[in-house]
Design a protein around this ligand. Structure first.
Ligand SMILES: *Cc1c(COP(=O)(O)O)cnc(C)c1O
Length: 415
């Protein structure tokens, strides 16, 4: 068990969260190494029936220690910026297993990735294909590519994280993809190796993945007929997790579905999961600063806020709130758990039954993905510390920012 109660106290692996709070302060993101590893193994094992490579989507949680844990497991990495590539290399990730996604790759990022010798560029437009060919030619190398196809399926998720509909900015449609493949196949500085899609995030049903796959396979076969054989098919990320009561997608059923439709095609399956590998491996540990009541509504004001964890404010996301010390049911009330930021949208949770006194500790669940990485310094709040727990070991994997970090690189006017 990664996060669990023992004698009424909440633990991360073998470490009481109260100890982390008293040694390192709050707000703090706490990650469990074994939880990341278990999620990785589960998905990796499910796809073991076929050649496959899982490329962790770095944007979900890009802490060097998290990347290190996954790199040691044999992970590849799906990056969307030069900054993410630099992190992967710094953490010891293998550049050959890096794939580069994103609609707006800049020349410096393309050059950096070509220089590092990454495994594949997921190309999202004609303009990008031309730019990539130019840069690879100029640098005397060839760029391995796949085209990101937008299969026009509705993943049934929040509109902000739905990316596979034809009106989205991502990828190209299947006809345009075929034209781009023909161009790329004839270009000496490009090497066609794969086909890519990514339809959205927090998907709890296999059907959209199946729809997407069935729209991609005719293109795979067409390319084969045109002597443009592919070596891999990248199905993207997007596997959902349970925040409240969502069904989770069974990786074994997912793998079986893919296996069935691929049939005899000799393609390596690539996946780009982010959230499903790290969401449940992290919590946000926060302390109640103030309790107050306004016209019958109870507020627990915590030292964590929307700048630390923006998902509730941005996507109206629901995340669990657990007391770090189990409370007696008799003294409960319904609380809105809010931060101190000057925005009514600054909440972590609404209408939760809790028993609280000031200075109590709370654990906001499933904060390992799209938590710290989306944090900011809004209201001049130093960003939270990040801690990785490995059995009984507590490793500070990012120090809490200091006040002077807040203006690093800034200056007042010259005198
Ligand atoms: C965000 C993203 C992912 C990861 O999505 P998850 O929902 O976290 O699994 C994978 N691929 C691409 C191209 C992305 O933009």
């Amino acid at each position: 068990m990664t996060f669990h109660y023992h004698d009424g106290h909440l633990y991360a692996e073998q470490v009481p969260l109260e100890q982390i709070a008293s040694d390192h302060g709050t707000p703090t993101f706490v990650y469990s190494r074994s939880s990341i590893e278990t999620a990785w193994d589960c998905l990796d094992d499910a796809f073991s029936l076929r050649p496959h490579q899982i490329c962790y989507a770095v944007k979900a949680n890009s802490n060097l220690a998290v990347l290190d844990v996954l790199a040691r497991r044999g992970a590849g990495f799906d990056i969307v910026s030069g900054g993410e590539l630099a992190r992967v290399l710094e953490a010891g990730g293998d550049p050959v297993r890096v794939i580069f996604s994103g609609v707006g790759k800049q020349v410096w990022e393309i050059d950096q990735a070509l220089g590092a010798g990454i495994g594949c560029f997921n190309v999202e437009s004609r303009s990008e294909l031309d730019k990539l060919a130019d840069r690879a030619g100029a640098l005397g190398t060839t760029a391995p590519i796949s085209i990101r196809v937008n299969p026009d399926v509705d993943p049934g998720t929040h509109p902000y994280i739905s990316t596979g509909l034809k009106e989205n900015k991502f990828g190209v449609n299947a006809e345009e993809a075929l034209a781009l493949y023909r161009l790329a196949a004839d270009h000496p500085a490009l090497s066609v190796i794969g086909l890519d899609c990514h339809i959205g995030s927090q998907i709890s049903d296999i059907q959209p993945f199946e729809d997407a796959l069935l729209r991609l396979l005719p293109l795979v076969d067409q390319l084969q007929r045109e002597q443009i054989p592919l070596t891999h098919l990248d199905l993207g990320g997007g596997l959902g997790v349970t925040y409240q009561n969502e069904a989770v997608l069974d990786p074994v059923a997912y793998a079986a579905m893919v296996d069935k439709h691929l049939g005899k095609r000799a393609l390596t399956i690539m996946l780009e999961p982010g959230r499903s590998l790290v969401a449940d491996a992290g919590i946000l540990l926060t302390r109640v600063v103030t309790l107050k009541e306004n016209v019958g509504r109870h507020f627990a004001v915590t030292d964590a806020a929307m700048n630390d964890l923006i998902r509730p404010a941005l996507y109206q996301a629901w995340q669990s709130v657990l007391p770090v010390r189990e409370s007696t049911p008799s003294e409960r009330a319904r609380f809105d758990v809010v931060g101190p930021i000057c925005e009514t949208g600054d909440f972590l949770a609404k209408d939760r039954e809790l028993s609280l006194v000031e200075s109590d500790l709370l654990s906001i669940g499933s904060s390992g993905a799209y938590g710290f990485v989306m944090s900011s310094n809004y209201n001049s709040r130093p960003r939270a510390a990040e801690i990785l727990v490995d059995r009984d070991q507590v490793i500070v994997v990012r120090e809490r920012e200091s006040l002077s970090d807040l203006w690093r690189g800034e200056s007042t006017l010259p005198s």
